[in-house]
Design a protein around this ligand. Structure first.
Ligand code: ADP
Ligand code: MG
Length: 334
């Protein structure tokens, strides 16, 4: 079981309210990602759930029981940090066994759990090595293994992949997703990286300045962002947000259109512009098109290779079904 409910949970450090009163429901077995810019309160929220910080007010329930005052060790949650914090002089086996040894668990049960965690994490052949003899990704897996053997109600991850290089991050992202499928245990995962949020989450919680801006599945957030903040934050490259006269034509303060929802023509279209920088990735071509619509260039995606020169004139037509409209407060117009 790993159902977590936050009711009007608030956190202030001295006079500074970092998390205004907030409600959130996390269901058993869900993979929930807290995402938002640096400093928005993601780690604080996770630490409140873990019990590493005290709430200023409000209630945290774990599996229907009030856990607000419980110390971290009594919450049956396991936290995995960005820094692996492994014991360098101990083997992988001993590192993984450590929490069980502390709990004086029978050796037989320890061995069983180590074998099963090692199998889930592809560490079986590395159990007798020391952390210094492992790659960064393997070390991170050992840290996760140490969490798995505790059989927690939920795993809490705080930017666990930030220390890894880009290629390794993609690999570990897949491994953690796969682990979630195998264990079917609740996971709460904090990241500032919206691509990690989109690829891993069942449910994304977008945070800004301690506020929940929107909660939903990756595709709900992609298709129906509640406001311009979520619209601009979720999706890569970013949604084009256009204000001024063009938006007014649609009775909106701001209109939004994603790079993949602009049709490109060399002959004619709704909007006209000049191509600035084009990024040729092979699988896609991203063009930055300067137009009268806004000071910012529009980002446009063409699938595959698209032959274009700097300064070429190009015509763009938005897919009207995919046009987003927002009011003066930045809220989506239904
Ligand atoms: P994130 O993880 O999203 O980057 P944090 O939760 O670490 O953000 O921080 C949220 C805000 O709370 C920041 O403004 C940060 O400076 C502040 N903060 C975090 N921890 C403390 C603390 N122990 N004392 C005072 N302010 C803190
Ligand atoms: Mg943080």
């Amino acid at each position: 079981m790993g159902q977590i409910t936050l009711k009007q949970v608030r956190k202030a450090f001295g006079d500074v309210e970092v998390i205004p009163p907030l409600d959130l429901q996390i269901d058993d077995g869900e993979f929930v990602v807290f995402v938002g810019p640096s400093g928005c309160g993601k780690s604080t929220l996770l630490r409140l759930i873990a019990g590493l910080e005290d709430t200023s007010s409000g209630v945290i329930e774990i599996d229907g029981k009030d856990a607000t005052g419980l110390p971290p060790a009594k919450r049956s949650l396991a936290m995995v940090f960005q820094s692996y914090a492994l014991y360098p002089h101990m083997t992988v086996r001993k590192n993984i066994a450590f929490p069980m040894k502390m709990a004086k668990m029978p050796q037989e049960e320890q061995d069983k759990r180590i074998a099963s965690a090692a199998a889930a994490l592809n560490l079986t052949d590395y159990l007798d090595r020391r952390p210094g003899q492992l790659s960064g990704g393997q070390r991170q897996r050992v840290a996760i293994g140490r969490a798995i053997v505790r059989e927690p109600a939920a795993f809490l991850f705080d930017e666990p992949l930030s220390n890894l290089d880009a290629a390794l991050r993609v690999g570990m992202r897949l491994e953690i997703s796969e682990l979630h499928k195998k264990l079917a245990t609740t996971m709460i995962y904090v990241t500032h990286d919206q691509v990690e949020a989109m690829t891993m989450a069942d449910k994304i919680v977008v945070l800004r300045a301690g506020h929940i801006e929107q909660v939903g599945s990756p595709m709900e957030l992609y298709r129906n962002p509640r406001n311009t903040f979520v619209a601009g934050f979720i999706g890569s490259p970013k949604m084009n947000l256009i204000t001024g006269a063009e938006a007014a034509k649609h009775n909106a303060k701001t209109i939004g259109i994603r790079p993949e929802h602009l049709m490109i023509s060399r002959e004619s279209g709704t909007w006209t512009g000049k191509v600035g920088v084009a990024e040729h990735l092979g699988s896609d071509t991203f063009m930055h098109v300067h137009s009268d619509l806004s000071d910012e260039p529009l980002t446009v995606r063409a699938t595959g290779e698209f032959e274009i020169k700097y300064g070429d004139t190009i015509h763009l037509s938005p897919d009207m079904d995919k046009l987003h409209k927002f009011d003066a407060q930045g809220l989506r117009i239904a």
